[in-house]
Design a protein around this ligand. Structure first.
Ligand code: PLP
Length: 460
């Protein structure tokens, strides 16, 4: 993998002792002298690195193939490419993006079970062999359009408790899996494994257990039919921030037990995953500016109830990014977003019932239906944390509102740690046993410690 320079990423070094929030502050201060108060992001690429190290620590057997659809910013793709991750691409454009930063085709899985024929041909011409399927028609298309596909059968999961369900659209049942495997064999295709997705925003870790056990059944069917089944792909579904009930580590613990039971290390099966949200959600903070405001006085109710004066009005704030932009996550990703104040409120500051709206002329463009905020003015800022997943990737410029600029940052310690990993990979079990081989850069910042468990699967 080619080593990139900071200029390739277009990020700014974060000086020691500073954090993403300081950069948000700095950008806001810079804007205070002008009328130009466009919404903007600060994205900490060091946070993506920390996620990668955390992944390697708790899921050491599983190689992450980042789901590009979640956030296709080139800087994110370059960061993960430098760290040795693989990539889950949904389309020709995503394959092009990943290959444009020098990723080898064997680090790509074309994980869309329903592909356009011309895009299957593109994958074939560009050496991308691993791809998912869940139907007979897809098998026939691949047989005609790809020279050497390595097929992965996507099976359905019980994703009824997930925030975003996917098995309503994709995934073969166990019963149809046998028929599909037979058809693949008749067509002379090579099936190498099984994939699934438990739904994005998983709330029940047992779904992974069940899906891994189902995958075992399909592996056995495949082996019976003569396929060399070597790849298990456990999809995505992991949380990307700390504000979810179910924590990443809890899910990982359940997955590790299920893997040990159904795919023990000595089975020789390579395990990969397609995390999207996990890697990027917490790296992005969005700052939006209040462009308009309305005060709605409550009608006199005539009641004798005591009123301390806070209940006489509600405030409507209009900001310069909305559900047709970054907050499309509210519509498409079932997200609930919470504004935080840029200016610290005074201890006794009165809060009002407020709603927050986007800038377009559409009534659907509402970001927050009801929250408590102080009386703010046009020109004040609101911040939204954990805005990296399914936000910038699906935003539009509806009504002519441009997408916010993204300011990338990374600490020097994180940069040096990343360089070390690009050059030497994550340490293998043997290297971990002696502390002498630990890249010393990586321990200087909290959460940049390297994993201490085996993770040989990270050598791609
Ligand atoms: C096939 C596939 N893989 C991975 C992902 C990423 O999922 P998540 O962001 O929940 O990790 C998705 C999301 O839709 C997907 O469709």
């Amino acid at each position: 993998m080619k080593a990139f320079t900071p200029a390739d990423f277009d990020f700014t070094f974060l000086e020691e002792g500073f954090c993403a929030r300081d950069i948000v502050e700095q950008k806001i201060n810079e804007s205070s002298l002008s009328d130009d108060k466009d919404a903007f992001y600060v994205a900490d690429l060091g946070d993506v690195l920390k996620k990668h190290l955390r992944w390697a620590r708790v899921l050491p057997r599983i190689t992450p193939f980042y789901a590009v659809k979640c956030n296709d910013s080139k800087a994110v793709v370059m960061t993960l490419a430098s760290l040795g991750a693989g990539f889950d691409c949904a389309s020709k454009t995503e394959i092009q993006l990943v290959q444009s930063v020098g990723v080898d085709p064997n680090r790509i899985i074309y994980a869309n079970p329903c592909k356009q024929v011309s895009q299957i041909k593109y994958a074939s011409a560009h050496g991308v062999q691993m791809m998912t399927f869940d139907s007979e028609v897809e098998l026939m298309k691949v047989a005609r359009s790809h020279d050497n596909a390595k097929l992965v059968l996507r099976i359905a999961t019980d994703d009824s408790k997930a925030v975003c369900r996917l098995s309503v659209k994709f995934g073969a049942t166990l019963k149809s899996s046998r028929l599909l495997l037979e058809r693949a064999r008749d067509l002379g295709l090579d099936v190498i494994g099984v994939s699934f997705h438990v739904g994005s925003g998983c709330t029940d870790p047992e779904t992974y257990s069940q899906a891994i056990s189902d995958a075992r059944c399909v592996f056995d069917m495949g082996a019976e039919l003569g396929f060399n089944m070597t790849l298990l792909d456990i999809g995505g579904g992991f949380p990307g921030s700390e504000d979810t009930k179910l924590k990443f580590e809890e899910i990982a613990a359940v997955i590790n037990v299920a893997l040990d039971k159904y795919f023990p290390v000595d089975s020789g099966v390579r395990v990969i995953s397609e995390p999207g949200r996990y890697y990027v959600a917490s790296a992005y903070t969005l700052a939006v500016n209040i462009i308009a405001k309305k005060v709605i006085m409550k009608e006199q109710s005539g009641s004798d109830e005591e009123d301390d004066g806070t209940n006489d009005r509600t405030l409507m704030y209009y900001v310069n990014d909305g559900v047709y932009g970054s907050f499309n996550c509210i519509l498409y990703d079932h997200a609930h977003v919470t504004p935080t104040l840029h200016k610290k409120p005074k201890p006794d500051e009165r809060l009002y019932p407020c709603s927050v709206w986007g800038p377009t002329c559409d009534g659907l463009d509402r970001i927050v239906e009801l929250c408590a905020l102080p009386d703010m003015q046009v020109g004040d800022w609101l911040l939204f944390e954990n805005m990296g997943a399914y936000t910038v990737a699906a935003s539009s410029t509806f009504n002519g509102f441009q997408k916010p600029d993204i300011h990338y940052i990374m600490s020097r310690a994180a940069w040096q740690c990343m360089q070390q990993i690009t050059a030497q990979g994550l340490p293998t079990v043997a290297e971990d046993q002696g502390t002498g081989n630990m890249p010393s850069y990586c321990g200087r910042e909290s959460s940049l410690e390297l994993p201490t468990k085996p993770h040989a699967t990270h050598v791609l």
